[in-house]
Design a protein around this ligand. Sequence first.
Ligand code: FES
Ligand SMILES: [Fe+2]
Length: 351
Amino acid sequence: MTGFPRDQWYVAAYSSEIGPELFSRTICAEPILFWRTRSGQVTAMSDRCVHRRFPLSQAPSRLVDDQVICGYHGFTYGADGGCTAVPGQTRIPRTARLRRYPLVEQDSLVWVFIGDPARADAARIPRAPYLDSPDYTTVAGMEPLAARFSLLVDNLLDLSHETYLHGGYIGTPEVAATPITTEVDDEAGVVHVSRHMADAECPPFYAKSTGLHGRISRWQDIEYTPPCLYKLHSRIAPVGSVPNADGSDPDAFHVEVVYAITPETEHSTHDFWAVARDFALDDQDVSAFLAENNRTVVLQDVAALNVLERVIAGEPEGYQELSINIDTGGLAARRLLRRQLDASRTPGVAS
Ligand code: FES
Ligand SMILES: [Fe+2]
């Protein structure tokens, strides 16, 4: 599948990436300019000057007192995107205004709405509260992917690839060998994929971070809200341990792995990843280990998907894939994405 659903919220950046300087990122093929104003709000507007398209993020364009001055001929814009000065005349053309994007900052993420702003409903943004909760410690990063975003969706919805692509990190034989259960909440637009391994080898990723060794109980519960937010609730515990009836789970280690899958263009993707844990909260060595190891795992996926993108780009129309049981989650995700894609092309239909 190429293309991406419009009229949707996408993660544009981590909150920590945007300060009082000009910052640009292309989201769904639209170059967007961000900065944090003196009052602390993040702005999002088109990164193209209305005059001759010069990027406003590009030097010698500059930010002065919450006004951005184009580095080509000096058109000046305020934080609301309105033009406040043009060179050589006092009359400012009525259409001299940068397109603004609806923006919400929450859970340490900056979300922008791509598409018709009239359809931007902030209540529909999926949550990832652990990312800025004091009960968790989070490590995070973002890797550029030279592949269409649907390939990353396929990859994350089918974790049986861990056994092969990530052996020695997070993959052990039990991941590929254990069947999954898939449920789709059509109303909420969420795909759930679960794999519960009652008695599995502890991969190095978890052995070194939790201190558990030998055999473990390992649960993977995926919750994907297309198009952008993917959460993997990972539970690691001694064999035989299950959560208490009241929901407490004192013997287990919980790791919340979050991906934000944001198209940059039709053939490239921003691969945001974060790992939040509820143990060893102040242990810098555990943080450094998880950050380094998760980045390695992400880069293993990036390398494989970059190859796949080139393979797909070079193949004839109509190539038929073969799908099996492990692909059930990925196929459900594709169906929801297709529905969003169709809805975003149909004026007046909410997706
Ligand atoms: S391109 Fe920006 S002022 Fe001319
Ligand atoms: Fe992977």
